[in-house]
Ligand binder design. Structure first.
Ligand SMILES: [Zn+2]
Length: 241
C-alpha cells in the first residue's frame, strides 16, 4: 500500500483493509458545485477507487465564492470537465468518470445502479427526489447535504432500514429557488457527507443513518434529529423492509 494513505491507515478503524475497501469502492457524486467541490476532493484524497461526477452545468463567475475546484480559466466550461481535470492531477491512482448530464427520471436508475453509494451535492429538491426514488428502488444508500446561508443539513438514507427523503420532505415540491451560500459552511456540510460515505464503505456504523444533522453556523451548534417514517410514504412505503 502506498505511503500516500499512511496517515489514514494509522486510524484503528481504518487499517490496510479499510484502504482496500475504499480502493474497491465506487461513489457517484451528483453535483460538481459547492458541496461537490469539497466532497470530491475528500473522496479523491481518501483514495476512493472510482468516482463518478454527474452535472450538466457550466462554470459561472458567481460560483467561485465557494466552488474552489473550478478556477477562473474554467469559466464557461462544463463543471464535470473542470472537476475531473483537477481530480486527475490531484490523485492519478483513481478513476474519474465525468457525466455531463443532469440526473433525471429517465437516466437515474441506469446511472445510479453502476455505483455502490451516491452522494448528493445539489440545491434542487426535485433532483433530490428523483435520486431518492431511484435509490429506494435499487436499495442503494445515499447521503444528502443542504445549505441555506449559515444553516446546513445532512442526512444519510439506507433504503429498507431508514426513512427516505420523501418521509422527511413529502412529495409536494416547492419551486426551484436559489439559496445563499458561504464557502466554509458549504465545506463543513460536504465534509460531513464525505465522512458518512467513508464510514459506510469501511463497514462502520454511520451515525447519521436515519438522522438529520442540523448545523447552525451562526451559533456554532450541531443538532441531530431522528427521521420518522411517514405512514403510507409513496416512495418507501413508510416502514422498514
Ligand atoms: Zn419514505
Amino acid at each position: 500500500m502506498s505511503d500516500r494513505y499512511s496517515r489514514q491507515i494509522m486510524i484503528p478503524e481504518f487499517g490496510e483493509d479499510g484502504q482496500q475497501k475504499l480502493e474497491d469502492a465506487s461513489v457517484l457524486v451528483i453535483g460538481a458545485g459547492g458541496l461537490g467541490t469539497t466532497l470530491l476532493y475528500h473522496l479523491a484524497a481518501a483514495g476512493i477507487g472510482t468516482i463518478g461526477i454527474a452535472d450538466n452545468d457550466i462554470v459561472n463567475i458567481s460560483n467561485l465564492n465557494r466552488q474552489y475546484i473550478h478556477f477562473e480559466k474554467d469559466l464557461g466550461s462544463l463543471k464535470v470537465v473542470s472537476a475531473a481535470e483537477k481530480l486527475r492531477k490531484f490523485n492519478s491512482n483513481i478513476q474519474i468518470f465525468p457525466l455531463a448530464t443532469a440526473i433525471s427520471k429517465d437516466n437515474a436508475i441506469d446511472i445510479i445502479s453502476q455505483y455502490d453509494i451516491v452522494a448528493l451535492a445539489v440545491d434542487s429538491v426535485q433532483a433530490r427526489m428523483i435520486v431518492n426514488e431511484a435509490c429506494v428502488q435499487l436499495g442503494k444508500p445515499f447521503v444528502d447535504g443542504g445549505i441555506n446561508g449559515f444553516i446546513g443539513t445532512s442526512v444519510f438514507i439506507e433504503p429498507g432500514k431508514t426513512p427516505c427523503l420523501a418521509c422527511l420532505y413529502g412529495t409536494e415540491l416547492p419551486p426551484i429557488e436559489k439559496f445563499s451560500s458561504l464557502s466554509p459552511v458549504v465545506g463543513t456540510i460536504a465534509s460531513i457527507e464525505a465522512t458518512s460515505v467513508i464510514q459506510y464503505l469501511l463497514g462502520l456504523p454511520v451515525p447519521l443513518a436515519g438522522k438529520l444533522l442540523y448545523y447552525n453556523a451562526l451559533l456554532a451548534e450541531f443538532e441531530q434529529l431522528p427521521l420518522e417514517f411517514k405512514e403510507g410514504c409513496p416512495i418507501c412505503g413508510g416502514k422498514k423492509k
